[in-house]
Design a protein around this ligand. Structure first.
Ligand code: PMP
Length: 473
């Protein structure tokens, strides 16, 4: 009797697993795909189970989320509550399917649950999930990263992009014995105190320019210049000669929406920092292994003193890193006096995910194909805008892109802020109702992954055309 009950339970579990993990009965899930007019779109976006879970979450998680942008404050509506993900698809708890262009904020360049990444993590789990001591995996992944980015002579793994940039700035200050740092308006480098001044991304989404809780004394040490304005940077260096520890910059800005560096801008930063004895930190948390195998520094031919990375190098697990010239990095403990440490740093599960990911990006043609699909998407979105008569533009650098709703070209944060964010919110809702998930904020990037098929791209362009016609009417 007990045996039969156990067997029945096992059968039931296998059945459920088939439905939910293998995507069988996909028709059942997809049958809920919504219909296409604006009013219906709003109704179609009603997701009762998601709403119920989110409401329950709000009673215990701050705002119902563990990172603000997930709350959909900038776009309205019920936030997504996800049950599972595979390839280019997210599936929510209401059984809806979305083509995902957030891809865990760019971490998943191979798409969700890539079988090799899943296998590597599962295998590693059996060997231990955290050692708190060195493993060969850390050295192997570090060697692969340094091979792709030759400016990295020494590096250190940490667990988040915030930790990487915070540590790099501490190191720059320790190395140069200077206190000031220069960043760019709308540049986001994580949420450590020094960076929450005129930062983009989540702060821009919520209309916050600086965060309470950051001591005035510290905020005063952060200087801001407009992105792509080399003259402004030169002026600041004149005003604060010999006092700036580092310039930190996203080589392609992706947290004010995507903004490419104008010709010569990064080179000018390299020259100005070198001349003044300041360090140049390229924050490649998004662009590393995204813009090219060697990151944006390879794409633009810039050699920074320090680089910060995250997202892709961890294959979707919590990994980030900072690294650079040996002379600088060897100031970090235990070799030097600049302290930085981490209980889970170099975590073996995360290292295995990174090791399963990076070799696939080194295969000839990987970026060519990714960029080909991305270029088609950008071109399709531009075409859709034109056809709809809605004023806007698409900024794109390879597989990073953002649609702005302004007639003017967007080359910096003030330009990005001119975008009609209400229009973006409406567009977002229409896209979501058509099963396409783009960033729930104007000031974020859309990420294409290797898992997006040509058919996904075409379906997205079609959805964008319909959505723009609706929001523009
Ligand atoms: N730097 C950049 C350029 C980023 O885009 C981000 C986050 N998106 C960070 C740093 C912070 O990374 P994390 O969210 O992992 O702390």
């Amino acid at each position: 009797m007990l045996f039969a009950a156990t067997q029945l339970l096992q059968l039931q579990q296998v059945f459920l697993r088939l439905i939910f993990t293998r995507g069988y009965f996909g028709g059942l899930i997809m049958a809920t795909r919504p219909t296409h007019t604006s009013k219906q779109g709003t109704e179609a976006n009603a997701r009762p189970k998601s709403t119920e879970i989110f409401e329950r979450g709000k009673k215990i998680l701050v705002g119902g989320v563990d990172s603000p942008v997930r709350a959909f404050r900038a776009v309205g509506g019920t936030p997504l509550v996800i049950e599972r993900a595979e390839g280019a698809r997210l599936y929510d708890v209401d059984g809806r399917e979305y083509i995902d262009y957030v891809c865990s904020w760019g971490a998943l360049i191979l798409g969700h649950a890539h079988p090799d990444v899943v296998r590597a993590v599962a295998e590693q789990a059996k060997l231990g999930t955290s050692y708190g001591m060195t493993s060969p995996l850390e050295i192997e992944l570090a060697e692969q990263i340094a091979k792709a980015l030759p400016s990295i002579e020494r590096m250190r793994f940490v667990s988040s992009g915030t930790e990487a940039t915070m540590s790099a700035v501490r190191l720059a200050r320790g190395f140069t014995k200077r206190d000031l740092i220069l960043k760019f308006e709308g540049g986001y480098h994580g949420h450590s105190d020094s960076f929450l001044v005129e930062a983009g991304s989540g702060l821009a989404t919520l209309g916050i320019s600086s965060s309470p809780g950051v001591p005035e004394a510290l905020a005063k040490l952060t200087l801001n210049a407009p992105y792509n304005d080399g003259d402004a940077v030169e002026k600041i260096f004149k005003q604060h000669a010999g006092k700036i520890a580092a310039v930190i910059v996203e080589p392609v800005a992706a947290n004010m929406g995507v903004v490419a560096p104008t010709r010569g801008f990064l080179e000018r930063l390299r020259d100005l920092t070198k001349r003044d004895g300041a360090l140049l930190i390229l924050d490649e948390v998004i662009t590393g292994f995204r813009c090219a195998h060697g990151g944006a520094q390879r794409l633009f031919g810039i050699e920074p003193d320090l680089t910060t990375m995250g997202k892709i190098i961890g294959g979707g697990l919590p990994v980030a890193a900072y690294g650079g010239r040996a002379e600088i990095m060897e100031m970090v403990a235990p070799l030097g006096p600049v302290y930085q440490a981490g209980t889970l740093s170099g975590n073996p599960l995360a290292m295995r995910a990174g090791l399963a990911t990076l070799p696939k990006l080194a295969v000839a043609g990987f970026y060519k194909d990714l960029n080909r699909k991305s270029a088609r998407l950008a071109e399709g979105l531009r075409g859709a805008l034109k056809e709809s008569g809605v004023a806007g533009s698409v900024n794109a650098v390879g597989s990073l892109m953002t649609m702005f709703f302004t007639g003017d070209a967007v080359t910096d944060y003030s330009g990005a802020k001119r975008s009609d964010t209400k229009m973006y919110a409406a567009f977002f809702g229409e896209m979501l109702s058509r099963g396409v998930f783009i960033a729930p904020s104007q000031f974020e990037a859309l990420f294409v992954s290797a898992a997006h098929s040509d058919a996904d791209i075409e379906r997205t362009i079609e959805a964008a055309g319909e959505s723009l016609r609706t929001v523009g009417s």
